[in-house]
Design a protein around this ligand. Structure first.
Ligand code: DGY
Length: 428
């Protein structure tokens, strides 16, 4: 018998399905978002395999010729969102934004392929897997060329929205140098749908919009933006996610006998392993983002600090330090894993990426912890994700202290993670 909340999760995905792509939330986010779609595909895969693959195929229809995959594809006009196509002015068909988002699609592709194989459908999905593999590989190569200007083996975000963690305190200090004096008038839409206490501040938005204007001013020349943006922060989240996705694409390349791709991916993985220590903060003994312009670590422990396991990094001393942070936070926070250390002075239990728990990050952290042999911690985090959904509903995010839902309701990726975890538990 289907768990009643699984029936509800499926209904949310069906409701948010716009035909080939799924909106994260119909009211607040009325288009296709990049990493949302990747997670959504995992949810669809639990009950409609074909629809899961279509989600990623539709996302890749937004890919530019240089391999870039945008963070939003504006499939249909909707005035209820800011900034819309008139602000981005990327001049693409389909209409897209000009920045990217965390590259989880490669990892999802491996999972979809394994699921198709387990279901005896290799033959039906092999051609689709190969086509998607090529596109995702091209995107990863775009990252290496345009988001790693100094060749460190990390991902350098040029906009807080690229990281998916819009208002993380990790971007506060790097954002201070952005001159917002010419940003002009604009009307935010997010705070007409949601409580301002849950959203980024006006100062944050002025920076977001200024950085969009900066990219637009350079005609969305990604290499130029990557080299000269006033905001160039090596993001620990995207770096770990890309390293993981490169390993998963490498696995697929070997599976399909694609030797040239396998060689290139092996090199990409090795480059990241060699360079990733740039993001280890030796003062607080944690993985943190680092401002490439000043060389300064953010000094903030976030939920993405715990993605090193997911990235496949293994270092006994660093792993022990990370687990010690998790343990410490678990004593102060009812639920794991808050998007910001609850003992950080910037912690804010309801404000987007400054405290609330995100089911998708929990899913990745737990997956990594389980693979690294920390099964108890993985279980604790997965159990917390499920409890939060049971108590509050399918919210965008959740307060780690009291479990209240924050942001949009009936959220697609939260529904998808519920379904993925139910399947995972059924198989265990
Ligand atoms: C928003 O508009 O809040 C998004 O996070 C940007 O992608």
């Amino acid at each position: 018998m289907l768990h009643p909340l699984s029936a509800k999760a499926e209904a949310i995905l069906r409701k948010n399905d716009r035909g080939g792509y799924t909106v994260p939330n119909g009211r607040v986010y009325p288009f296709q978002w990049n990493w949302d779609s990747a997670f959504v595909a995992l949810g669809f895969d639990t009950f409609d395999r074909d629809r899961a693959w279509v989600e990623i195929e539709t996302l890749m229809k937004g890919q530019w010729d240089d391999g870039f995959v945008p963070h939003i594809i504006f499939w249909t006009p909707d005035g209820g969102y800011f900034p819309g196509p008139a602000v981005w002015q990327t001049d693409k068909n389909p209409v897209t934004s000009g920045i990217t988002q965390p590259p989880v699609a490669g990892t999802v592709l491996k999972q979809l392929w394994q699921s198709a194989c387990a279901g005896g459908e290799q033959a039906a999905f092999r051609g689709r897997a190969l086509a998607l593999f090529d596109k995702v590989l091209k995107w990863h190569q775009w990252f290496a060329r345009n988001r790693d200007f100094e060749g460190r083996g990390v991902v350098v975000a040029v906009h807080p929205w690229e990281t998916g963690r819009d208002n993380s305190p990790e971007w506060d200090a790097p954002g201070l140098v952005i001159d917002t004096s010419n940003v002009g008038e604009y009307q935010r839409r997010d705070i007409t749908h949601l409580d301002t206490k849950m959203r980024p501040t006006k100062a944050d938005y002025d920076r977001y919009v200024t950085l969009v204007q900066f990219g637009r001013g350079l005609g969305w020349d990604h290499a130029a933006i990557g080299a000269t943006s006033p905001f160039r922060v090596a993001d620990v989240g995207m770096t770990m996610i890309l390293l993981r996705a490169n390993r998963d694409l490498l696995w697929l390349a070997q599976e399909f006998g694609l030797t040239d791709a396998a060689k290139a991916l092996t090199e990409a993985v090795e480059r990241s392993i060699a360079g990733v220590s740039y993001l280890w903060d030796d003062t607080i003994h944690a993985w943190c983002s680092r401002n490439t312009i000043t060389g300064r670590s953010s000094g903030h422990i976030t939920s993405t600090s715990f993605l090193s396991f997911y990235a496949g990094l293994r270092d006994p001393a660093r792993d022990a330090a990370s687990i010690a942070h998790l343990e410490r936070i678990s004593h102060k926070s009812r639920y794991l894993a808050p998007s910001l250390d609850v003992e950080d002075g910037q912690f804010d239990l309801m404000r987007y990426w400054r405290g609330p728990i995100w089911s998708v990050v929990n899913y990745m952290i737990a997956q990594g912890l389980a693979e690294a042999g920390f099964g108890d911690w993985a279980k604790r985090i997965n159990d917390d994700t499920l409890s939060l959904i049971e108590v509050a509903g399918f919210y965008e995010a959740f307060s780690p202290i009291d479990g209240c839902g924050t942001g949009g309701e009936d959220f697609s990726w939260t529904a998808a993670i519920w379904l993925a975890l139910q399947l995972q538990m059924a198989k265990a």
